[in-house]
Design a protein around this ligand. Structure first.
Ligand SMILES: Cc1ncc(COP(=O)(O)O)c(C=O)c1O
Length: 380
């Protein structure tokens, strides 16, 4: 069965006499037991913090999404990135983090992990097999993100995984960009794949959620135990919203990706644009890796403008009418942000000038093009 069919039919109650199509949502802190003997059973859910049926169903869908051994759910995408790291490190360890990583994950590593006595070293996202030279006896984890959040470098994940495996190092990837729909890193040997489900699975910019999918049962149990120790819990209402988003994620993702590629292609020849960063474009430096490892692209891409001072870049962003200025992506509406492509990077990019990141929504591509054109015209 294809995944589109599975996502339509998984997590639903069996039809009976007038059964609802969707699972019901139970809100609970206390769960009651008829017999005192059952209170401490390990095979029965004992307390609301440990989830509800809707969480179990949703976790199964995430496991199916990437072909993992199990998933752990979190109340945000950031938590889905940080808890798996916490589960895999101890004081004295060394962590390798791609320099293209999502900013708050980096802040967590440089802040909290440092406080725990875990050292974080940033590596060039395009390092590939040379990562071997950075692996130390105390390296516990390599953190990947492909493509990078803003600068969209594609990593040579199989080469990094080979090096990691040779040294018994765990690999964790932030797979938010692809939604697991066009990229399957667990199938390439990555150990844990993390998602900000807030994006495509929420799909409507009104819920925050995350999931970490483990390749093996023992890693799943490691993440789950750590998450329980820290009191991780997500609302059943939010879990339901994400499960609901799963039903329609594939057509939404496909349409938004097509729009993004159409805009990126058009902008390649635009006189105001110096560089378009979209891995499905042949001009992208990692296009060959993308072709080898991915089976599609997503709604997010960036540009660097030509001969435009920073004030004009701000004026351009302010002049856009259909792109809301705000973080995130994968919702039904288009968004835009601007940033310095060097950020706080240890390995500087060759990109000049401010970078503008577009997240395409479900508006018609022609209207989004017109909006970008009128915003460029507004500043000339
Ligand atoms: C690549 C990536 N990872 C993780 C996150 C964090 O997700 P959330 O906003 O749900 O905490 C984001 C959010 O923008 C993201 O873009």
């Amino acid at each position: 069965m294809k995944r589109a069919t599975k996502f339509t039919h998984m997590g639903r109650p069996k039809a009976g006499l007038g059964t609802a199509v969707n699972p019901s949502v139970t809100r609970a802190s206390t769960l009651l037991f008829e017999r005192a003997e059952d209170l401490y059973r390990s095979d029965v859910r004992g307390y609301g913090r440990h989830g509800a049926d809707v969480h179990d169903k949703l976790a199964e869908m995430f496991t199916e999404l990437e072909g993992g051994a199990g998933s752990v759910l979190f109340p945000s995408g950031l938590a889905a990135c940080t808890y798996p790291i916490l589960a895999c490190v101890k004081a004295g360890d060394h962590v390798l983090l791609t320099d293209s990583a999502y900013g708050p994950t980096r802040k967590f590593c440089e802040g909290y992990l440092t406080k725990m006595g875990v050292e974080t070293e940033l590596y060039d996202p395009r390092i590939g097999a040379n990562i071997t030279t950075l692996i130390r006896p105390n390296t516990a984890v390599i953190l990947l993100e492909s493509p990078g959040s803003l600068t969209l470098e594609i990593q040579d994940v199989p080469a990094i995984v080979d090096a990691a495996k040779a040294h018994n190092v765990i690999t964790i990837i932030d797979n938010t960009w692809s939604g697991g729909l066009v990229y399957q890193p667990l199938q390439m040997g990555v150990d844990i794949s993390c998602h900000a489900a807030t994006k495509y699975f929420g799909g409507h910019s009104d819920v925050m959620f995350g999931a970490a999918i483990a390749r093996t049962k023992s890693l799943h149990s490691k993440i789950s135990t750590t998450a329980k120790l820290f009191g991780n819990a997500s609302s059943p209402d939010d879990a339901y919203q994400i499960l609901r988003g799963f039903r329609t994620v594939m057509p939404r993702f496909t349409q938004q990706s097509e729009t993004a590629l159409a805009l990126a292609t058009w902008l390649t020849d635009h006189p105001k644009v110096q560089t378009v960063l979209h891995p499905a474009l042949p001009s992208h430096p990692d296009h060959t890796l993308w072709q080898r490892d991915f089976c599609g692209s997503a709604c997010l891409f960036s540009i660097v403008t030509k001969d435009m001072p920073s004030d004009d870049v701000l004026a351009f962003v302010n002049a856009l009418k259909l792109f809301g200025i705000g973080y995130s992506y994968g919702g039904f509406e288009s968004l835009v942000i601007h940033c310095d492509p060097q950020l706080k990077r240890a390995h500087k990019t060759t990109l000049s000038g401010p970078l503008i990141r577009f997240a395409c929504g479900l508006e018609h591509a022609d209207d989004l093009k017109d909006d970008i054109e009128q915003a460029f015209n507004a500043i000339s």
